[in-house]
Design a protein around this ligand. Sequence first.
Ligand code: NAP
Length: 324
Amino acid sequence: MPDTEKLVIVGSGPAGLTAAIYAARAALKPLMFEGFSAGGLIPGGQLMFTTDVENYPGFPRGVLGPDMMKAFRDQAERFGTRFITQDVSEIDFRNRPFTIKSDEHTVTAHAVIIATGARANWLNLPNEQRLAKSGGGVSACAVCDGALPMFRNQELAVVGGGDSAIEEGSYLTKFAKKVYLIHRRDELRASKAMQQRFFKLVEEKKMEPVWNAAIDDVLGENAITGVKLKDLKTGATRDLPLRGLFMAIGHTPNTELFTGQIDLDDKKYIKLAQPHNTYTNIEGVFAAGDVADHVYRQAVTAAGTGCMAALDAERWLAAQGFGE
Ligand code: NAP
C-alpha cells in the first residue's frame, strides 16, 4: 500500500460505494473501509437487510437489496477500489494527513469521505427482530417495503408520533385497508401541518390512533399476525391483529467515531459546512449519505451525495496538489 492514501472512504452503503466508483474512475485509487459489524450493520449497509427494492431507478421489476449492493461493490472494484473488511476503530482528524485505524490496519490519507450511514431505531423485541430479518411483515421503512403485495388491503400499523410516523402512515394508506398509529403518548411530536394531515386521514377512517400504547410483543410465527399492546395509563394489555408493522421511532446516525472531532448537529448528524456540497468543517473531510441527512434517507439520495463527495474530494485534492 502507498504510504499516504489520497482518499479513504469509510462506509459501504450506496453513498460510500458511489463515491468509490467516481473516485476510482478519477484515478484516485480509493481505499474503502467497508466495515464488518459496527452499528449492527454489515458491509453494504442498511440495504443488506432489505428484501425487494422497488424504488431505485433502473430496476423496473425491483431488485433485492443485497444483490443491488453487490452490484455497486463490483462496479467500485472494477475501477480499482481497494477494500478493507474491518470496522474503523479510531480516526484522527486533528493532524494531516489523517490517520484511520482498524484492528489490523493503520492508514494515513489526505482526504476522507465519511459515509457511515444511520441505523433505524427499533423497539428491540425478540420477535420484532426475527420477523424483520425474515421478511415477515415487520419493517423500519414504509417507503421501501409498504407497497409489497403482502400489505395490500390489510390492517397495518406504524409506531411513533413524529413526522416520519405520519408521513409513512399516510403513504401506507394508499395500499392498506387501515393504518393504526401506535404512539406512547396522547400528543403528537409531529409538526402542525403533519398533524392536520393525520387528523384528516383519521376523519376519512384511513388511519386510527392508538394512544398511550406500548408494544409488549410482536405475534406470529413466519409472518406477523398482530401485536400485544399495553395501555400505559391503565396497564391493561390486549392483542391488536395486524399484517404489517412499521417502525418510525427515529434513526441514529453512525457518528460515534467522530464525536468531538467534527461538527455534529443536535441530533448527532454530521453538519455540512455549506448547502449543496459535502464539505464538513474539517478541510479534506467530506460526508455523504444518511450520516449527514435525516430528511430524505433514500438509497438514491445517498448515492447522489456519494457522487458529490467524490467530485468535491477530487477537486479539493487537485487544489492541494495531491491530484496526480
Ligand atoms: P422524531 O421526530 O424523533 O420522532 C420519533 C417518534 O418516535 C416520537 O414520537 C417518539 O415518541 C417515538 N419514539 C422514540 N423512541 C421510542 C420508543 N422506544 N418507543 C416508542 N416510541 C418511541 O423522528 P422522526 O419522526 O423520524 O423525524 C426525524 C426528523 O426528520 C424530524 O426533524 C422531522 O421533522 C424530520 N422529518 C420531516 C418530514 C417532513 O417534514 N416531511 C418527514 C419525516 C421526518 P415521543 O414523541 O414520546 O418522544
